[in-house]
Ligand binder design. Structure first.
Ligand code: BTN
Length: 284
């Protein structure tokens, strides 16, 4: 084993990093056993002007970040904690890129597991209502198209369990996969799908991308509450990527950002999830 091997996360030992970069088809790859956050590390690399698809992977994150300022629990060697540098379609925000990343990751998880993955706007990846993976897209800066795309996939249940406040709602990809999951193959599948669906970034949710989204959309027709307090039934997602919600009074609300609380899934949580316990920033 080389020194480079020892410095990689457990799942990535056995080959030097440059070989893994070739395997993944990325211009630059960093593999870290432990980082505060792969998104934070990629931001530093972006500052130095690295190319699109530069990728950072960590075996563990000590300060993993989730959407809306939440933390992302990233215990050692239990998930794929990865960030990829992509570009938005314009420099006025990420646009529909977060949705395209959601479709890409859903397709890759399906390919790897054979399970049917749901998408909860804007880009939570669900197995039934259990959260398998989350995506955090952070614009690099104003007037800059670059976007740091952080992807966290819960692969296996941590032996030490999850913090009590997170217990009960996570899904773990390995528990629904017919074969053992290798992190490099999972990363390769995700990067391959990102090349097809998120690069170059689409301007609108339309055509084949819209169809891919709609077939996995698990909010459509469900009663929800938006951060603004508005309640209603989800109609779908507009071509600009906004969630459209029809209220009981007939008015239509558009959610551009934030979280959605599902008031009723219409089926018991346990029915859709193999195994119990543990979560990673669950969607309600
Ligand atoms: C969410 O809240 O659903 C988004 C979670 C995103 C987690 C990933 S793990 C890799 C990358 N680095 C981070 O600090 N966060 C993202």
């Amino acid at each position: 084993m080389t020194r480079a091997d020892e410095a990689a996360p457990a799942a990535w030992r056995g080959r030097p990093t440059r070989e893994w970069a070739q395997y993944l088809g990325v211009p630059q790859l960093e593999l870290h056993p432990r980082l505060p956050s792969t998104n934070a590390r990629l931001r530093v690399l972006a500052q130095a002007g690295v190319a699109s698809f530069t990728t950072v992977v960590a075996g563990e994150q000590t300060a993993g970040r989730g959407r809306e300022g939440r933390t992302w629990h990233s215990p050692p060697d239990t998930g794929l904690w990865m960030s990829v540098l992509l570009e938005a379609a314009s420099n006025s925000g990420a646009g529909v890129l977060p949705l395209a990343v959601g479709v890409s990751v859903a397709r890759a998880l399906e390919e790897m597991s054979g399970a049917r993955i749901g998408l909860k706007w804007p880009n939570d990846l669900l197995l039934g209502p259990a959260k398998l993976a989350g995506i955090l897209c952070e614009a690099y800066g104003e007037a800059d198209r670059r976007v740091i795309v952080g992807i966290g996939v819960n692969v296996r249940r941590p032996a030490g369990g999850y913090p009590a406040e997170l217990a009960g709602l996570a899904g773990f990809l390995e528990e629904v996969s017919e074969e053992g999951l290798e992190m490099p193959r999972l990363a390769g599948a995700i990067l391959g799908e990102l090349r097809s669906w998120a690069h170059p970034a689409p301007e609108f949710l339309s055509g084949a991308l819209q169809a891919e989204w709609e077939t996995r959309d698990c909010l459509r027709g469900r009663p929800v509450r938006l951060d603004s307090g508005i309640r209603g039934t989800v109609q779908g997602v507009s071509s600009e990527g906004y969630l459209t919600v029809l209220s009981a009074d007939g008015s239509v609300a558009l959610a551009r950002a934030g979280s959605v609380q599902v008031e009723s899934w219409g089926f018991p949580r346990s029915a859709a999830v193999r195994g119990t316990g543990g979560t990673n920033q669950p969607g309600p």
